[in-house]
Design a protein around this ligand. Structure first.
Ligand SMILES: [Zn+2]
Length: 290
């Protein structure tokens, strides 16, 4: 009887081992882990964007308005992986910052890039700094920070808060991020408004980009025709909550993109939007169809 029990335990252990092992392999195969993956999560009204490079570097841009980001991260990361290399907090509005604080509580993060609001009196600035000072290296972006991701791959984080346009409006303290990856590019606009877009156009920056994360949830105070013309994207992604109180995205912004034949994806209708870069081709996967 005793012997049988031992044998049963051995079989059980073998079954568990095989299940976990096979499960893990299926998981890896499904996750395109040898490619660049950019996930635009449906976190309601807010931004939460996760970049995973083939070399295993994880970058989170904003965390959305609440804990939703945690289940979203679990859906694209192995269960044992609680490490994120870089967190970029574009600005201190709740729909970008609150979820990021939840992430800081549960994940080990190496470096956090942020930009203080123009006068430093924003509602979360003090809590935010207290939390992160203990847990990660804090990097305040004053002009430009570059994260080297290997040969022909980099992430540029721009701050324009020192410019005239950035002084009176927290949206305009937003960090703009550009990911260049082996000839392909993504531009993440956070909530930058059109007066700052105008200022950005006056700088000598390479703005042409394949995929743009449309600014400020598709607001008409952002995403000017001039700016979009300069970026000249193939794909536009709008992170926006279904039936939100702000009327985002603006019909005019959608029309502007349609006129230029830009392919549009939006989290309120498409759910999570995952773009996988496969030798210069983009594979777009969504969790809802519309
Ligand atoms: Zn926002």
């Amino acid at each position: 009887m005793h012997f049988l029990r031992k044998k049963e335990i051995k079989i059980l252990v073998a079954i568990i081992f095989l299940t976990v092992f096979l499960g893990f392999n299926v998981y890896s195969a499904n996750k395109d882990s040898d490619k660049l993956r950019v996930s635009f999560f449906d976190v309601g009204q807010g931004d939460g964007i996760f970049i995973q490079t083939p070399d295993g570097i994880d970058i989170l841009i904003d965390g959305g308005p609440d804990k939703t980001i945690l289940e979203k991260l679990s859906s694209v990361m192995p269960f044992y992986d609680k490490h994120i290399d870089y967190l970029i907090i574009t600005h201190e509005h709740e729909d970008h910052l609150r979820g990021a604080i939840e992430v800081m509580d549960r994940y080990q993060i190496d470096k956090i890039y942020y930009n203080e609001s123009s006068d430093g009196s924003g509602p979360y600035s003090i809590i935010f700094k207290d939390i992160i000072q203990e847990r990660a290296t804090l990097i305040e972006v004053n002009d430009l920070e570059i994260i080297d991701l290997g040969e022909d791959k980099e992430l540029k984080i721009y701050s324009f808060a020192q410019s005239l346009a950035g002084r009176s409006n927290i949206n305009n303290t937003s960090l703009m991020t550009k990911l260049s990856f082996e000839g392909s590019s993504f531009l993440f606009m956070a909530d930058i408004e059109s007066d700052l877009e105008k200022h950005i156009l006056e700088q000598d920056l390479e703005l042409k980009t394949d995929i743009i994360k449309i600014s400020h949830h598709g607001s008409n105070n952002s995403n000017s025709s001039d700016f979009l013309a300069e970026v000249n994207p193939e794909i536009a992604v709008i992170l926006v909550g279904l039936d939100n109180d702000f009327g985002h995205p603006s019909r005019r912004v959608i029309k502007r993109l349609e006129r230029e034949d830009v392919e549009i994806y939006r989290t309120d209708l498409d759910g999570d939007i995952k773009i996988v870069l496969d030798s210069k081709d983009y594979l777009v996967k969504t969790t809802k169809n519309h």
